[in-house]
Write a protein that binds this ligand. Structure first.
Ligand SMILES: Cc1cc2nc3c(=O)[nH]c(=O)nc-3n(C[C@H](O)[C@H](O)[C@H](O)COP(=O)(O)OP(=O)(O)OC[C@H]3O[C@@H](n4cnc5c(N)ncnc54)[C@H](O)[C@@H]3O)c2cc1C
Length: 239
C-alpha cells in the first residue's frame, strides 16, 4: 500500500505505522548465509541507529508474515539497508527472502527497538546480532565519535563474520573476533566465557551493548553482571 493510500474502508493509512511498500534496489551475499538488501526509503521514515522494523514480503501468501530486522544504514541515508541471515531449512520468511532480487517488493511497518547508543562502551554480538551495532558504529564514525568503543563478535568460522573489513577499518584493534568452530591463527577460538571476558574487557565500569539470540543475550548479561557490570548500563533488546 503506497503512502497516502486508503484502506478498503476508505480510511487513510497512518504513514509512520505503514505498511510502506518499498522496492528492493539491489541484493548481495556478504557471507555464505547472510544477504544484504538495499531498498527504497519511504518519505518521513525516521529511526535511530540500532532500531528495527517488521518486514514482510509483498507477494501473495507472504504479506502477513512479519519478521523484525534492523536498519544498518545511516539515519541520513537515501536508501535503507538490511543485513539478513537466511535460514534455508525453516521454510520461513528469510528462506523466501533468499529468492528475492532487485525489483521485488517488501512491506515495512513501524520502527521500534531499545538498542540505541547511550555512550562509549563495549559491544558484544553473536552472529547476525551485530546488525544494530553496524548502524550505531557507522553513525559514530560519521560523527567522529567512535573512540573508546570496542566491538566483540562471535561466529562459528571466519567466513561467517559480517562486515569484518569495514570494522577493521573503523575500529582497528578495538574490533575483536571469537570463533566457536574454526582454528584461525591469531584469533580467539572458543565460546565467550567468564575468563575470556575478564581478558578482553578488563574494565566493567562502562556501557555494555549485547545482541544475539535469546540464550546468548541471557548468558552474556549474566556473566557481565557477575563481573561487576551495572545492570542499568546493560543495553539489549528486552522481550
Ligand atoms: C529486534 C530484532 C531485530 C532483528 N534484526 C535482525 C537483523 O537485522 N538481521 C537478521 O538476520 N536477523 C535479525 N533478527 C532476527 C530475525 O528476526 C529472525 O532471524 C527472523 O525472524 C527469522 O525468520 P524466519 O521466518 O526465516 O524464521 P522463523 O520465523 O524463526 O522460523 C520459521 C519456522 O521455522 C521453524 N523454526 C524456528 N526456529 C527454528 C530452529 N532453531 N530450528 C529449526 N526450525 C526452526 C518454526 O517452525 C518456525 O515457524 C532480529 C530480531 C529482533 C527481535
Amino acid at each position: 500500500m503506497e503512502e497516502g493510500a486508503q484502506t478498503k474502508k476508505g480510511e487513510p493509512v497512518p504513514s509512520a505505522a505503514g505498511p510502506h511498500v518499498v522496492k528492493i534496489i539491489r541484493t548481495e551475499y556478504i557471507t555464505p548465509n547472510v544477504k544484504r538488501f538495499v531498498v527504497e526509503r519511504p518519505r518521513k521514515y525516521i529511526f535511530k541507529p540500532g532500531q528495527a522494523t517488521k518486514v514482510a514480503i509483498n507477494q501473495p501468501g507472504w504479506t502477513e508474515k512479519r519478521r523484525p530486522f534492523t536498519f544498518t544504514n545511516l539515519p541520513t541515508a537515501k536508501r535503507l539497508e538490511f543485513i539478513i541471515k537466511i535460514y534455508p531449512d525453516r521454510e520461513g520468511v528469510t528462506a523466501r527472502m533468499a529468492l528475492l532480487h532487485a525489483g521485488d517488493e517488501l512491506l515495512l511497518h513501524e520502527v521500534f527497538g531499545a538498542i540505541t547508543y547511550q555512550g562509549p562502551g563495549f559491544f558484544i554480538a553473536g552472529g547476525a546480532g551485530v546488525t544494530p551495532f553496524v548502524a550505531i558504529l557507522r553513525d559514530l564514525a560519521r560523527k567522529g565519535e567512535l573512540a573508546d568503543n570496542t566491538l566483540l563478535v562471535t561466529n562459528r568460522t571466519a567466513s561467517d563474520v559480517i562486515l569484518d573489513e569495514e570494522f577493521i577499518k573503523l575500529l582497528g584493534k578495538r574490533f575483536l573476533m571469537v570463533f566457536t568452530r574454526e582454528h584461525v591463527i591469531g584469533f580467539h577460538e572458543r565460546r565467550i566465557d567468564r575468563d575470556l571476558l575478564v581478558t578482553l574487557v578488563g574494565n566493567f565500569d562502562q556501557h555494555f551493548y549485547v545482541c544475539g539470540d535469546d540464550a546468548f543475550v541471557h548468558d552474556i548479561n549474566n556473566l557481565l553482571l557477575q563481573l561487576g557490570a551495572k545492570s542499568e548500563w546493560l543495553v539489549f533488546e528486552k522481550k
